[in-house]
Ligand binder design. Structure first.
Ligand code: UD1
Length: 368
């Protein structure tokens, strides 16, 4: 049996880990254990995703909670080490680019375990982003690196990572999207919010670079204010953003906007339904750029760079500087429709996790 310990911690990890656990089960020969670091812990940032995506209850929950980067990362490392020592996995699988990814990765390699990074190689080339540091460091110490798009493999080659470790396998987040798309259409979220198919916009914001600076946030909210005069805007508010909106005194202004619907962070199925039926999505998320590409919904990414260039080259994504007028202009262009070529990136076909399980099985056989 190949012993695999998989790690998840924050919201975008859950939809990546779900198909992997299923693929390890289907492939056979794996003994699999799930660790939740507890980086995200709210009902609707964590538990709801386990339920909706059928993720088994984690055998280990480290319950680290929130903290500064140093505190959170250190706390995850301290609590993950004894769990890894006790269970002695052959492989530790980490996904994405959150603090849980690097923290558990670092512990694993120092214990002599093989580290597997799923969604490796993505680079924004912006080292002020905490996720970029997590990506570069995790990739530097990984033994097997699974990549979603060709640019990822190229970035790793440039950083001197042995091509033998790198596998372009597609996108596990899209595995989950394709597996749940029909089910999400059954969500009653549009009725609950009084929205018509194709008649509203979805907005999400949580990047520190957008929501921690009042001036930047004011620009973005100013754009939302203009857009909601033309079309309903649904804005599921991330906990970090909610805190800042209150502390920076934007609450009252937002409350006056009749077309803007601030809601709690949505579950997976409701959110997928919201995205799939939206006229456009405004976001600073990483994963949403990929999801809208597959859904064929225009995505305006309120950032100056993206680590997922294929979503711009082949998908529906467009980068927009977080300035009021630029956002409104890009929104109107998106609604006006364009003649942009759209296609699903190669291997974003729902089978990425299967490919990963097969590579892992072959790797393990080669080491025996
Ligand atoms: C983290 C990831 C980011 C990812 C995002 C998705 C890192 C460095 N960042 O950012 O890449 O896109 O998750 O959401 O790992 N909070 C709650 N309840 C929760 C979780 C968080 O109230 O369940 C609040 C806390 O006040 C916390 C803040 O949100 O301080 C930020 O949480 P944290 O995990 O530090 O980072 P995110 O901004 O969520």
């Amino acid at each position: 049996m190949i012993r695999v310990m998989s790690v998840c911690g924050a919201r975008p990890n859950f939809m990546k880990i779900a198909p992997l656990l299923r693929a390890f089960g289907a492939q056979g020969g794996f003994e699999s254990l799930l660790v939740h670091t507890g980086q995200h812990y709210d009902e609707n940032m964590s538990r709801l995703f386990f339920e909706e995506l059928g993720i088994p209850r984690p055998e280990v929950n480290l319950e680290v909670g929130s903290g500064s980067h140093a505190v959170q990362t250190a706390e995850i490392m301290k609590r993950f080490e004894p769990a890894a020592v006790e269970w002695r996995p052959d492989y530790v699988v980490v996904v994405g680019d959150v603090n849980s990814t690097i923290a558990c990765g670092l512990v694993a390699v120092k214990l002599g375990m093989k580290l597997v990074h799923v969604e490796a190689g993505l680079r924004s080339f912006d080292r002020t982003m905490p996720e970029e540091i997590n990506r570069v460091l995790t990739d530097a110490i990984s033994d097997l690196l699974f990549v979603t798009e060709p640019a990822g493999a190229e970035n790793l080659r440039r950083e001197g990572i042995d091509a033998k470790k790198v596998h372009l396998v597609g996108n596990v987040m899209i595995d989950t999207l394709l597996a749940n798309r029909a089910k999400a259409e059954g969500s009653d979220v549009l009725e609950r919010l009084g929205l018509a198919r194709g008649g509203y916009v979805v907005a999400t914001l949580h990047r520190p670079s957008n929501v921690d600076e009042p001036e930047k946030l004011r620009e973005i909210l100013g754009a939302f204010e203009e857009i909601q005069r033309e079309s309903a805007v649904v804005f599921p508010v991330h906990p970090r953003t909610r805190k800042n909106l209150e502390e920076m005194g934007f609450g009252e202004m937002l409350g006056r906007l009749g077309g803007l619907k601030l809601i709690e962070p949505a579950g997976y199925l409701d959110f997928l339904c919201l995205m799939a039926n939206a006229a456009a999505v405004l976001t600073d998320s990483g994963g949403i750029q990929e999801e809208t590409t597959i859904l064929g919904v225009p995505c305006l990414t309120l950032r100056e760079n993206t680590e997922r260039p294929i979503t711009v080259a082949e998908g529906t994504n467009r980068l927009v500087r977080a300035a009021r007028e630029e956002i409104v202009r890009a929104y109107r262009e998106a609604r006006g429709g364009g003649s942009r070529v759209r296609r699903a990136p190669r291997l974003w076909d729902g089978k990425a996790a299967e490919r990963i399980a097969a590579v892992l099985a072959a790797d393990a056989a080669g080491r025996r």
